[in-house]
Write a protein of this length. Structure first.
Length: 251
């Protein structure tokens, strides 16, 4: 049976905080003894906060391209400047919409830059994604291995919109200790037919399941522990979920 345990007792995370210790304390407060087969799903926001990925918008000077896109999108030109700095390219710009291909390869609104639920702080700020979310997940898992006899897998999750569908859902942008992408090509179905295209976005599926517990607004639950899963294939980072640009059929 798959279980999802919300971890609400983490509190406000600030730059330089020991996030692994805060997560371990929250798991302990929930009365859970972690297992190696557990998955600790951690929202990107608290990872970015702990890593000090804040930007004071008063220090950002928009360039000509940012000013042009801000006029089109009706967005703060300082945010647009940050989007450009964080992105490989702009995918779509229209009123109230700015879709970018982040330098990590993820395609998302505003290059993942956020201004909600940032907590106390001086000035007008924005929060960027981790520099390397897979590396962040690995560091967290290594730190947890020093606390617990069995360290769970770690997923770093974020909320993405989806083309052709309303609403956001959670996806994995960082992973350690779990196969984010499971390739079933070459396996057979119940009728003996060979699977030709089936690849399972296991990291995204777990992230979305955890999102049922963490929420998207003012819930104040920035992590969840998922239990009851099993896998037999090798670990793959969340970067494996990003389709290469040469396979992008919609450019």
């Amino acid at each position: 049976m798959i279980q999802i345990h919300p971890l609400p007792s983490i509190g406000e995370v600030r730059p330089g905080d020991d996030l692994a210790r805060a997560l371990a304390n929250a798991v302990h407060a929930a009365g859970i003894i972690p297992l190696a087969s557990d998955v600790l799903a951690v929202t990107q926001k608290i990872v970015s906060k702990a890593e000090g990925r804040f930007v004071d918008l008063d220090t950002v000077t928009p360039g000509p391209k940012a000013l042009e896109l801000a006029e089109i999108t009706r967005k703060d030109p300082r945010i647009v400047e940050l989007v450009l700095a964080e992105s490989q390219n702009i995918v779509r710009a229209m009123p109230n919409v700015l879709i970018a291909r982040h330098r990590s390869g993820h395609v998302m609104a505003n290059a993942g830059i956020d201004r909600s639920n940032l907590g106390p702080g001086d000035g007008d700020r924005a929060l960027l994604l981790p520099v390397d979310a897979d590396a962040s997940a690995a560091r967290l898992r290594n730190a947890l291995a020093a606390i617990w006899p069995e360290a769970p897998a770690v997923l770093i999750t974020d909320s993405f919109g989806r083309p052709w569908r309303y609403g956001v859902t959670c996806v994995a942008i960082g992973a350690s200790g779990i196969p984010s992408l499971v390739d079933r090509r070459g396996d057979v179905d119940r009728d003996g037919r060979t699977l030709e295209v089936t690849q399972i976005a296991l990291g995204d599926m777990i992230a979305t399941a955890a999102g049922l517990a963490t929420g998207e607004g003012a819930e104040g639950i920035p992590a969840a522990l998922v239990r009851g899963l099993s896998w037999t294939v090798a670990d793959t980072p969340a970067a494996a979920l990003v389709r290469p640009i040469e396979e992008d059929l919609f450019r």
